[in-house]
Design a protein around this ligand. Structure first.
Ligand code: ADP
Ligand code: MG
Length: 238
């Protein structure tokens, strides 16, 4: 796995500055959670790290390698979205292996990696099913499996649980925490759910209008929010 280093990152859409001088370090094996109001730039930051969005300034370094000019596929990153579009006509195994097949990975290697991911995610009994035969939570696990098989250096999650009902959200959250430990993964995770942020993060980053308001350990932000804005997001009600 790898450290992610973001320095002076800027992003504008036309004349609108959406990310303003973002400085952020995600340690190797770290779990950083981004929170902040809708439109503050969380998804744009993730997409910039993934290489899906060209940046206007600054640098992104992953595992000691500057990746600004690298295509998404060369960044060794996997992204899991809120809407986990699976291919309806392919079974679970084919859905998980598709990216590898596309990249020209040999068939035996694909089968081995899909089998391993299925074991980790307890998807083995479901490998021959089509997406329509799965529950929402199972589909989201397939989407996570699709990320795992690529053995990325870094996982990026953009509100992965927000389409799930409350009970499944808790189960899947626990599952993600388990995966983080098991895979020793480096994770950047966006959520608008305080509980998710407090329980998953080793560092929470509070964003507001394209800037970082405060970053730190969950309990530090909870007990010592830098301002009312941060307090409103994760501060103690005291
Ligand atoms: P968040 O994920 O925190 O809700 P986003 O990163 O999606 O926020 O969006 C940040 C800002 O950038 C918003 O004002 C949004 O309207 C704008 N934005 C996002 N994507 C584009 C785009 N492709 N073109 C123009 N503006 C965009
Ligand atoms: Mg978003």
């Amino acid at each position: 796995m790898a450290e992610v280093l973001i320095e002076n990152l800027k992003k504008s859409f036309g004349s609108v500055e959406v990310l303003k001088d973002i400085d952020l370090t995600v340690e190797d094996g770290g779990f950083v959670v981004l929170v902040g109001p809708s439109g503050c730039g969380k998804s744009t930051l993730l997409r910039a790290i993934a290489g899906l969005e060209p940046v206007s300034g600054g640098t992104i370094t992953i595992g000691g390698r500057k990746v600004n000019d690298l295509a998404p596929a060369q960044r060794e990153i996997a992204m899991v979205f809120q809407s986990y579009a699976l291919y309806p006509h392919m079974d679970v195994a084919a859905n998980m292996g598709f990216g590898l097949k596309f990249a020209g990975t040999p068939k035996a290697e694909i089968e081995a990696r899909v089998a391993e991911a299925a074991r980790i995610l307890q998807l083995e009994p479901l490998l021959k099913r089509r997406p329509r035969e799965l529950s929402g939570g199972q589909r989201q696990r397939v989407a996570i499996g699709r990320a795992i098989v690529r053995k990325p250096q870094v996982f990026l999650f953009d509100e992965p649980l927000s389409n799930l009902d409350a009970a499944l959200r808790i189960n899947t959250r626990v599952e993600i925490a388990r995966l983080h430990k098991l895979l020793a993964a480096t994770i950047v995770y966006v959520t608008h759910d305080q509980v998710e942020a407090m329980t998953l993060a080793d560092k929470i980053v509070v964003m507001n209008q394209g800037r970082i308001e405060q970053q730190g350990k969950p309990l530090d932000l909870y007990y010592r929010p830098a301002n009312l804005f941060v307090a409103g997001f994760i501060g103690s009600p005291a």
